[in-house]
Design a protein around this ligand. Sequence first.
Ligand SMILES: O=C(CO)[C@H](O)[C@H](O)COP(=O)(O)O
Length: 205
Amino acid sequence: MKLQLALDRLTKEECLQVLAHTHQMVDIIEIGTGIIKEYGMSLVRKIRDLYPHNILLIDMKTCDAGKHEAKQAFAAGADITTAMGFSSNQTIIDMLEVAKKENKQVLVDLLGINSDKRMNELQDLGVNLVGLHVGKDEQKETSFSTELFSLVKGLEFNVAVAGGINLTMVPEIKKYQPDIIIVGSAITKAENPDKTAKLFKSILQ
Ligand SMILES: O=C(CO)[C@H](O)[C@H](O)COP(=O)(O)O
């Protein structure tokens, strides 16, 4: 089970500071959508250069122009880019094609997806990595629940989970054996991000 650290709603300096203290404890560094919008690919390149040994996911949340945005993400150094599950099939097909050529990956974010029909379509398109996700705004009303795993039950996906995940929630989530646990604020806003990342890592091992 891999630990992914999501950098969101931080300044560039805060991102670099958190990473300096935590990169050894995390498997995947995620550069969040808002950070990419603020600082662009130059920060992605900088983090790629600083941390060549971590897997780098950039949360493009692409929903159109899939080919172009996947190429952009991989050219900047991403190992994984993200697409929204509600995107057109063509967008997802194009992104998977670019990823395959470059030996990279696409994570399909299931934010807002709740139909088995769409899940089957995604599987038929060749998607192999999906994210069960409770969004930041949704978190005001609800928190991550393991009921979300029903969406991937019986399907062949590698699964990431995200959305306000904290240390207390991990033992229950672990029972479902997701491939990746994505943690943002619980680490980045902690008093001691390094200590907290270490605790997450030790629970996952
Ligand atoms: O994709 C995201 C927001 O769109 C975040 O990466 C994800 O929600 C994790 O952050 P947090 O643990 O703070 O919710």
